[in-house]
Design a protein around this ligand. Structure first.
Ligand code: HMG
Ligand code: MG
Length: 305
């Protein structure tokens, strides 16, 4: 017997985590269409952009234009990544419904990703949390490198718990546990969640799996077995992490939805529309989709007799 949830929430991170690391530039107009199509698939949260330094992540430089260009669907939350007050103010001005702050369980990754220590990053988040509370904006907390760090190797679960608790104490409504380099296995996820769930309710945690080692769906299944009901994923498995060499994209949303459909777990997402969207964005980026389901459903090439 397991305690699978009846319903899960999918946080679509393709327009942010996906596009931030794609080599082929995508026009602002196409980003807007992507966000609108994803919302049209029934995804409840679309991470629409990121208000970080354009020198650090040039692909996200037009996030304000993306936010202002989208036609919003009712019931969908359009979120943004914000590393500091400058980012939060820009996200607020752009009309983000929700923001996310991001810390790491590894000191070296924190330095490489946001140019400061874990403690300094938390200090930068303090005014963000206060301003967000005043504006009535929910704040999600990401923790990167929850299994392994590209620079420090294996990361111990207590380090993940420690930074997560600090983010929760500051007011983050949910902690998204990032296997940033996609190296974790189901065993790692189980051991991590065994520690996390001593202090957290299942509904206060999400899993954010990258698929570098092909373990993401298995890891999501392991998290489902422990009752987690929120998963981040990226249409077509777009992207990677600019500060984690070799990390591939997030697990493909299409593949997660296919898994949930097979398990009879509700997501509210239309798989056919999502596959079309994944194949459309892959064409725009001139690359093959990283979704196994998207590939399997690719129309067969027409061959003249
Ligand atoms: P810094 O250089 O230490 O910051 O960067 P600074 O405060 O000294 O500012 C330097 C310059 O950046 C200044 O401009 C600031 O105005 C500007 P200048 O005077 O030189 O022209 N600046 C900004 N510009 C726009 N928006 C801002 C902002 N803040 C400062 N918010 C900083 C620190 C955090 C800004 C930088 O390191 C940065 O932008 N890093 C981005 C890192 C990033 O986006 N990484 C990818 C996302 S995290 C991720 O993918 C992991 C996740 O998916 C979970 C997982 O998989 O594990 C979430
Ligand atoms: Mg990520």
């Amino acid at each position: 017997m397991n305690s699978f949830p009846h319903q899960v929430r999918i946080v679509e991170v393709g327009p942010r985590d996906g596009l931030q690391n794609e080599k082929t530039p995508l026009s602002t107009a196409d980003k807007i269409v992507l966000v609108e199509r994803l919302a049209g698939c029934g995804l409840p949260v679309v991470e629409t952009g990121s208000f970080v330094s354009p020198r650090w992540v040039p692909q996200m430089a037009d996030s304000a234009e993306v936010f202002s260009g989208i036609e919003r669907a009712s019931g969908v939350r359009y979120s943004a990544l914000t590393p500091n007050m400058k980012g939060f103010e820009a996200a607020l001005k752009a009309g983000a419904d929700e923001v996310a702050v991001f810390a790491a369980a590894s000191e070296t990754f924190s330095q490489k990703n946001i140019n400061c220590s874990i403690d300094e990053s938390l200090q930068r988040f303090t005014p963000v949390m206060a301003a967000a509370a005043q504006a009535g904006i929910p704040v999600r907390g990401y923790v990167s490198c929850v299994v392994a760090c590209p620079y420090e190797g294996a990361i111990a679960a207590p380090a993940v718990l420690s930074v997560s608790q600090k983010l929760t104490d500051m007011g983050c409504y949910e902690i998204s546990l990032g296997d940033t380099i996609g190296a974790g296995t189901a065993g790692d996820i189980k051991r991590l969640l065994d520690v996390m769930l001593r202090s957290y309710a299942v509904n206060d945690l999400a899993m954010h799996c990258h698929d570098t080692y092909g373990q993401a769906l298995t890891n999501i299944y392991a998290a489902l077995e422990q009752g987690l009901a929120c998963f981040d994923s990226s249409v077509a498995g777009l992207g990677g992490c600019p500060y984690a060499t070799g990390a591939t994209g997030n697990v493909a949303t299409e593949d997660v939805i296919y898994l949930m459909n097979g398990l009879g777990i509700e997501t509210g997402v239309d798989l056919d529309l999502l596959i079309e969207t994944g194949n459309w964005i892959s064409d725009k980026l001139q690359r093959r989709t990283n979704s196994r389901v998207g590939n399997a459903r690719m129309p067969a090439p027409h061959i003249d007799a």
